[in-house]
Design a protein. Structure first.
Length: 79
């Protein structure tokens, strides 16, 4: 008796993937990367107070904010 082998067809695996548009533009990603590098080197300062930024999430927020001001493709802020 031959053993039955179960294989997924190629169409079943590819049908689950959807093509979506990019949420962040590559230039906006570069802005965030430069802000992260500045934070890691200790040169990133926050807006009004001018205190040194040590939180990576804050560095990302600063990079996205700069990208929005320059008119790059970035989703709007969630409230």
């Amino acid at each position: 008796m031959a053993a039955a082998t179960h294989r997924k067809s190629s169409s079943a695996t590819t049908s689950g993937h959807r093509k979506t548009t990019r949420k962040y533009s590559p230039s906006a990603q570069k802005d965030v990367a430069t802000e992260m590098k500045a934070m890691k080197s200790g040169k990133l300062k926050s807006g009004r107070s001018g205190k040194k930024v040590t939180n990576p999430k804050q560095a990302i927020a600063i990079g996205l904010s700069k990208a929005r001001k320059e008119g790059k493709k970035v989703p709007s802020r969630s409230s």
